[in-house]
Each structure stands twice: as structure tokens, then as C-alpha cells.
Design a protein around this ligand. Sequence first.
Ligand SMILES: [Zn+2]
Length: 429
Amino acid sequence: MSDARPLVPPPGRRLDMACRCCGAHAVELVLDLGDQPHCNRLVRPDAPAGADPAYPLRLGFCRECTMAQIDHTIPKENMFSDYPYVSGTTKTLPAHFAATSKRVADAYGLRPDDLVVDVGSNDGTWLKQYAPYGCRVLGVEAAGNVAQLALDAGVPTWSRFFNEACARDILAEMGPAKLVTAAGVFFHLEELHSVVRGIAALLADDGVFVVQAIYLGGMVENTAFDQIYHEHLCYYTLRSLSALLAQHGLEIFEAGLVPIHGGTIEAHIARQGARPVGVSVRRMQAAEADKGFGEIATYQRFAANVEVLRERLLALLGAYAQAGKSVWAYGAPAKGATLLNSFGIGPALVQQAVERNAMKVGLAIPGVRIPIVEERADSAPDAYLVLAWNFLDEFLSNPANKAFMAAGGEFIAPVPQVRVIGAKGAQPA
Ligand SMILES: [Zn+2]
């Protein structure tokens, strides 16, 4: 696609911003995805132009502290006050939360009177897993509609943004927390330093903060550039997350990767010096150094790989369109909006998206305006483009999807490589 807008900028271009982590004016542009709408601002398919306004979506890398970040901030009140993402809609996530909470509760000896606070608690899926331990729980969820789902399910939840003031209110009302968790929100934080200060204030002296966030290393290795969207302000490595926490007297003492969302870092954090730093931390530090995750050249190569992905996917979808084959998106996740808008894939190539989440049905993916319809057993395209490729295994093991493939249907996975999966297995495109 020689006429397509380049995604890789000329090297050496500084973004006009102070680093979200260290404050240095040393953030260099590495991947330019152009102007894009807010991925979760779903619109009616026939909404007037301007209903889904576009903002720059650019990834930069701080040469001082190695934090990867986007420069444009859409105010959090616009993004998270009403939110269509609900944790409980796939099978993989509750199972993942159950396993994580049991591991954490057992490791730190959670007792019945202990307090567990979940930051960005969504519909309470994670906190529900602590019921067998009998401890006190509190969710903090800014999206009122989603917080209500948690309350309806009996999970105590405050509908507000977590920050230092919120943490101090929790402390005054409920006392210090033995465990603070934040899964899938830690990269969202506009008030990053206020949030970390709040967690430092809220933690009991022997308390543990467990964070799960998109792992920049996994994102780079999988070419998972579709994790980049306006909600995700920061993309962490162990090194850059440590640099952030150290500013607030906190330290990572255990770290590992979990295979969710295409690569997630899980870090266990305590007050500096409160717990011995485990070998898992030193091992991951060494792996990051080996793989060049502190070097800007690694991210410049990543950007070049995104351009290759674009060429291959557009060529494949173009061939389906030429052959008169229909392609629908399987799911309409936030990351799908990034992929489709970055590559300029609209209804001419992907006619519609099927979804289980009733909050999205009847609307359209913003920007490219691909309509979202309810997933139904009685209609199917020639091929599905799997935007939520991180759940591919779950989709492929579903009996209805096996039958779809046995009848000649295909799945197209766009990331980590463009592949076509059908009755004969997976083929690279
Ligand atoms: Zn920095």
C-alpha cells in the first residue's frame, strides 16, 4: 500500500509534552497512528459526521525513564463516566480473576477482617472472587453504569475516580488496606501520580498492591499495536513501572507475566524495604535488558512491523472483497477500533461486527462506522476477522465455531501475524 499514510515517523521527533512518569521533555515519537476517535465512543451507524471526533494517537518513548506513552489525553470524564466494557462477558476473564485472587489471597494470608480495595473494579468480577475468604471488599469504579452492575451483584462499590483524595476517604472510613488491586486500569490514569500517592497512603504497612497492566514487552513481541488507544496513556515495562513507583516510596518485590490481553505484567508491590525483592524481579530485569526494552530502536522496529502487518491484512481483505466473499468482525472490542482506523478498514472490507455485549449492539465502531449487530446462530459470513484476537483460543474451541469452520467458514487473526484459520488449521497470509 504505497499510497497509505506512513505509520513510522522520521526519527528524532520530540513530542511536545512532559513525560507522564518522570516529567522530562524527552519523549520521542515512535509510532504515529494518525487521528482517531475515542475507541469506546460508539456511535449510531447513521450519526452525523463529528459524532465521533478524532484526536491524535501517537506513541512516544521517554529517553530518560523508558516509559512508553501517548501524548494526547482525552479528559477522563469523557472516556470513563459511561463505559461499555464489562469484565463478565467472556469466560476467560472470570477464570483468570479467580485464579489470580486465590493465588494472591493465599500468598499474603488474607484474613476475614482484612480490607481488599480494587481500583477500576468494573462490574465487580474480581472482588467477587474474595467471597470465600470472608474479608471486607470495596470496589472503586468511575463509570456509574458499570458500578451499578457491581452494586446489583452485592459488591460494595464507590462510583468515583480513584485518586489521592479518594484513597484518603477510604482510609478514614474503612482503615488501611491489606490488599489493593488494579487490573486493566493502571495504564488509564490521567492522574497517575495522584493515584500512586493514594495507593501508598492506603496500603497497610504490610500491605501489598497487585497491579496487572498491558506489558509493553509483550505488545512489542506480538506487534500488538492495537493495544494503543486513548484510554491507555502508559505502556509499562518492569523498568518503567519501577521508575514510577520509586517516586512514591513503593517497590516491586515480585513480577511475572500472565497470558491475558496478549501479554500482561503482574507486579506485587510493597513499601520500599518492607519485603525482600524476589528473584523473579531480577530475572525479569535481565530479560528486559537482553531484549532491548530500554532502547528506542526496539520501538522503531516495532513500528516498522506494524506497517508490514497493515500491508498483509489489507492485501488479504482486498482479495476476499475481490472474490465477493463477506467478512464480518468477530467482536467489537476497543482494540478493534484502533486496528480498523489505523489501517483504514471500513464497511467495504468488513461489512459488520457481531457482538454478545448488548450495550454495543445497534451502534457502530467509531471512525470507520462498521455497524455492530447481535451474534446469531442462523447467519454467518464467509470469514470472521477476529478483532479480540487475545480470546482466539476460546472462540475456536466453541462448538458453533467448529461447525462454522467444518462448513468452510474461516477466521482471520490479524495479530500477532495475519493468519487464516479454517477446517485445515492455520495458514499464514
Ligand atoms: Zn520519562
